[in-house]
Structures are given as C-alpha cells and as structure tokens.
Design a protein around this ligand. Structure first.
Ligand SMILES: Nc1nc2c(c(=O)[nH]1)N[C@H]1C(S)=C(S)[C@@H](COP(=O)(O)O)O[C@H]1N2
Ligand SMILES: [Mo]
Length: 254
C-alpha cells in the first residue's frame, strides 16, 4: 500500500542515482581495483529496483473450482436506484451500451451481447473487502486492455475511470486505476460469476475485477469507462467514492 509504494519509489530512485554516479565516474572507477565489486553491486540494485517495479504485473493467486466459496456475499449497493438502470435491468440490458470514451481515438458504445462475444478470461480469485471478509469466486469477462486497445488510448491518458449506475445519497459511485492495472492480464470487466450471468447484486451487467486490489476498487454496475489525464475533475478528486468520502487509499494493493 502506501508504504510499499514509497519504498518502491525510494529504491527505484536509488537505483537510478547509483547508475548515474557510476556512469559519471566511469573512467576513474574502471581503472580502480574495486570496479568489479562496484559494478556488481550496482547491478544487484538495478535488479532489485526492477523486481519491485515488475511486481505490479505479477498475477494474483488463482484457485481451483473446489476452493470456491459456497456463499459469496454482496456488499455496498445491491440495486442502483436510477430509473434508467432499472429500465435496462427489466429489459435484460438488451438496449444498454457500455461507453468507452475520454482520451481515446475511437469512442466505443458496446452492447452486452457484443461484449460477451469478445475474447474472455476466466479466473478464480479471492475477493478481500476492507471490512474484513473474503470470498473466493470465479469471474469471466473481457480483459480491459482489449477494450482500451479497441478504443485506442491517446498518449495523454494516465488513468481509467469507471462510472457506475449507483449512488449513495445522490453521490455516484466511481473508481479509477492507473494504466499498470488497466493493462494487467487479470483486470477484466466481468459479465459472469461462478459460471452464471452476473447477478444485479454483484454488479450486472458488468463489473470490474482488479485482482491485486481491495474490494472497493472492483466497481459494480459499470456504465462508462473514461480515459483521463488527471483525476482532479472527477468527484472530489481522490479517484473513487470511498477515497473521496472516507479517505480510503487510492492504491489499495494486496
Ligand atoms: N458500484 C459499486 N461498486 C462497488 C460497491 C458499491 O457499493 N457500488 N461496493 C464495493 C465494495 S466495498 C465491495 S467489497 C465489492 C462487493 O462486491 P460484491 O457485492 O460482488 O460482493 O464491490 C465494490 N464495488
Ligand atoms: Mo468492500
């Protein structure tokens, strides 16, 4: 979490600093008897820094079907109040469209049917809620990177925002992730859970799974995916409903 990030940043900048020093003093150092030792310790440092950066791309643990929780509870909103959402739900989301827009070359509006026919990934993972419960479930959906590839991210894009259909007392739920998580292979927009169509309580028609982070990042009822350069103009600017309201960490890594 925060500690992990600052430690990672610290080591990464240390690594850059050390190789900078090494290059600056290159001629002198290469003639010195201690050169080999200096070089190998600098290499170790660079490797350590890289390992910590690459760590963001590591997969969350995946489980076997036998590990799936017999009951996977719902949490937060289980039925958006919006009349538009309820009309879509009543029509089995037949006329609903997922919008992908913002800093993209080609904005998309995709039907659920179309999304279900895109290449899908299935994963059995453990969901960890910050309130202290966990459950193992199977999620099937389209990798976010395929949607972003289809829309064509513009170079200024730095964050992906998920706008949801629900609200708490009129304040919409939303979430956001950076591009490292957006392109992570396990980051999917799920339309099925435990081999059945996603239920409304769990976020139908589409919910985010961002498996390296805590439960509140996994936006349910996703209506619109927006690529942005900054989170400043969205909600209170902290990157998510709970980040804005309760000071939850934006990067909720687990
Ligand atoms: N749109 C929306 N997404 C949401 C929430 C919510 O209230 N609204 N709750 C979050 C929290 S705190 C958790 S733990 C999970 C719960 O997902 P589940 O209902 O499928 O168990 O959804 C997350 N995503
Ligand atoms: Mo949660």
């Amino acid at each position: 979490m925060i500690e992990k990030i600052s430690r990672r940043r610290m080591i990464a900048s240390l690594g850059a600093g050390a190789s900078g020093l090494l290059l600056a003093g290159c001629d002198r150092i290469s003639r010195s008897a201690g050169f080999q030792a200096v070089q190998s310790s600098a290499q170790d440092l660079t490797m350590a820094a890289q390992r910590l950066v690459i760590d963001r791309g590591a997969l969350a643990r995946e489980f076997e079907p036998a590990d799936m929780s017999p009951v996977f509870r719902t949490n937060g909103n289980v039925m958006p109040a919006s009349a538009a959402y309820r009309a879509h739900a009543a029509a089995a989301f037949a006329d609903w469209r997922l919008v992908v827009d913002g800093l993209v070359a080609r904005p998309l509006a995709l039907s659920l049917d179309r999304i279900r026919r895109l290449p899908a990934r299935a994963q059995i993972t453990r969901h960890d809620c910050v309130e202290g419960w966990s459950a193992i479930g199977k999620w099937t959906g389209v990798p976010l990177r395929l949607l972003l590839g289809g829309a064509g991210l513009r170079p200024e894009a730095r964050f992906i925002v998920f706008h949801c259909a629900d609200d708490f007392h009129g304040i919409p739920y939303y979430e956001s992730i950076d591009l490292v998580d957006a392109f992570h292979p396990q980051t999917i927009l799920a339309w099925a859970m435990n081999d059945r169509p996603l239920e409304i309580g769990h976020g139908a028609p589409l919910r985010l799974r961002v498996e390296r982070q805590l439960g509140y990042k996994h936006a349910k009822f996703v209506m619109r995916i927006e690529a942005v350069e900054s989170l400043a103009g969205i909600g209170q600017g902290k990157g998510g409903y709970w980040e804005d309201r309760a000071g939850y960490q934006w990067y909720a890594g687990i």
